[in-house]
Ligand binder design. Structure first.
Ligand code: NAD
Length: 503
């Protein structure tokens, strides 16, 4: 991998170039706020050039016309290249997004897995569904075709993983695309474009424009040459994308935020092992990647009878999480991604305390240390007890290391609390009672429900949300279907006049 540097990070029609304006942006390491890369700061002109290239590649180029076997083979080659470059890409993701090196490596494994999954999915497909038209003179078949040119807009928390959930199915289905990574974490997506080129993807099929949301993202959402916009990010930007795309009825897929409940019944804590597991997983649910996870279990909803014991142990262990630069050995949590994200988190904690929440741990910036420069965007894992559903911190997505605690006494109350959110991305229920587990999971209005677990996902299973968590699904067969049009081909094998009109 030879990561594009010196501002040539826009890839259009097979060529790397600077922004049309010549502008560039410094990419900061969130562990110490120092710049470590420079990328092109594109604008609408770069988007127009990239969409034109993707349009030509779709309308006239070879990629949409390749066989599924060829597409699958290319996606497998990309997965092989990702495995080859795992260390380098994992390190890049760690520095760019502030996650630990191990998390960076795991992300790259998951990216390779997504490419392999969609490769195998298309390779195993039949060419169409023959429909019984009720006549031997008719051949009727339903086929799936690529949707066209796709705008793919991604966030900063899992930069390459979120991009791969779009790029792999888009290519598997035979589309061409323009991707816009988050302006603060674009590096691994740029590197992936290099790997797609190395794997042999024809020029124009994969294009990238680096730059901000208000210009590059907004133009990609409204561009008349685009057929589908797939967006992952926050609710506010997602709403703007949907509005822009609606002007000429583009297809839209939105993966937005979450305010995800982690419901713990007392019976899950009846044994020491059960208690330890539920606490451990509640920590993981809330604080992995410093809580900057769309499916973070940021709302602990715990049965009143075990609340004090559970929260005391949780706060004790949260207070011991080792914060530092993600690349340092022994560090368990990195910094927040930006100064803005830390300020946002601080404002939510301040509002919670003003509304009556009780601070059990954290709630401040940690002291600097050898692994934690004073200039880094670190924030201590924070547990806020005595929270209730009217609080802003309970209703809105913080996207930082902040866990709120609410309690319940009955199963109905637990379900009502878990569903009391405008989002509906993911949630979990912890219980030793299998009947209760199934009942509660069945009543939870969320796109993913975990029973006695938190966070695992499978590329074979759809990912996405109810309510304001989005529209559509990624991963699984539905994640491929997003990138396709469905066409019914009805062939009359013995045409005759219909004589509807007498003359
Ligand atoms: P964001 O909405 O600020 O930005 C996401 C992307 O959209 C970025 O590339 C940004 O430049 C671009 N953008 C911003 N304004 C735009 C506009 N008007 N038009 C087009 N594009 C625009 O989100 P973020 O802060 O980067 O990411 C955090 C959010 O992403 C959280 O809300 C999180 O829950 C969500 N997220 C959701 C999932 C999921 O699977 N549901 C996964 C990861 C992140």
């Amino acid at each position: 991998m030879a990561l594009q540097q010196a501002q040539q990070t826009i890839h259009v029609d097979g060529e790397w170039r600077e922004a049309a304006s010549g502008a560039a942006r410094e990419i900061l390491d969130p562990a110490d706020a120092t710049p470590f890369a420079l990328v092109a700061e594109g604008d609408e002109r770069d988007v127009d050039a990239a969409v034109a290239a993707a349009r030509r590649a779709f309308d006239e180029g070879p990629w949409p016309r390749t066989s599924t076997a060829e597409r699958a083979a290319l996606l497998h080659r990309v997965a092989d290249l990702l495995v080859r470059d795992r260390e380098e890409l994992g390190l890049l993701e760690s520095r760019d997004a502030g996650k630990t090196l191990e998390e960076g490596r795991v992300d790259i494994d998951c990216v390779a897995e997504a490419f392999r999954y969609f490769a195998d999915l298309v390779a195993a497909e039949s060419t169409g569904r023959v429909v019984d038209a009720g006549s031997p003179d008719v051949h009727s078949v339903v086929v799936h075709e690529p949707v066209g040119v796709c705008s793919l807009i991604t966030p900063w928390n899992y930069p390459l993983l979120q991009a791969s959930w779009k790029i792999a199915p888009a290519l598997a289905a035979g589309n061409t695309f323009v991707v816009k990574p988050s302006e603060i974490t674009p590096l691994t997506t740029i590197a992936l474009i290099e790997l797609l080129v190395e794997a042999g993807l024809p020029a124009g099929a994969a294009n990238i424009v680096t730059g901000p949301g208000h210009s590059v993202g907004a133009r990609l959402a409204e561009h008349p040459g685009v057929d589908l916009v797939s967006f992952t990010g926050g609710l506010v930007s997602g709403t703007k994308v949907a509005q822009a795309a609606a002007a000429d009825v583009k297809k839209v897929a939105l993966e937005l935020g979450g305010k995800n409940p982690n419901v713990v019944f007392a019976d899950a804590c009846a044994t020491d092992d059960g208690f330890d597991t539920a606490v451990d997983q509640a920590l993981n649910a809330a604080f992995i990647h410093s809580g900057q996870v769309c499916s973070a279990g940021a709302r602990l909803i715990v049965e009143e009878s075990v609340r004090e014991r559970f929260v005391a142990e949780l706060a004790r262990r949260a207070g011991r999480i080792r914060l530092g630069r993600g690349t340092e050995k022994g560090v368990e949590c990195g910094p927040l991604v930006s100064a803005r994200q830390r300020e946002r988190t601080e404002a939510y904690v301040a509002s919670a305390l003003a509304e009556g929440a009780v601070l059990r741990c954290g709630g401040r910036r940690p002291e600097p240390s050898a692994t934690r420069p004073a200039t880094g965007y670190f924030y201590e894992p924070t547990v806020l007890d005595q929270c209730h559903r009217e609080m802003k911190v309970v209703r809105e997505e913080v996207f930082g290391p902040v866990l709120t605690v609410e309690t319940f006494s009955t199963e109905d109350e637990a379900v009502a609390l878990a569903n009391d959110t405008e989002y509906g991305l993911a949630g979990a229920v912890w219980t030793a009672d299998p009947g209760r587990a199934r009942r509660v999971a069945g009543r939870m209005r969320h796109g993913t429900v975990w029973i006695n677990d938190f966070h695992p996902y499978l590329p074979q299973a759809e990912w996405g949300g109810f309510g304001k968590s989005g529209i559509g699904r990624e991963l699984g067969p539905a994640g491929l279907a997003e990138y396709r049009e469905t066409k019914h081909v009805y062939q009359n094998l013995a045409p005759k006049p219909v004589r509807w009109f007498a003359g």
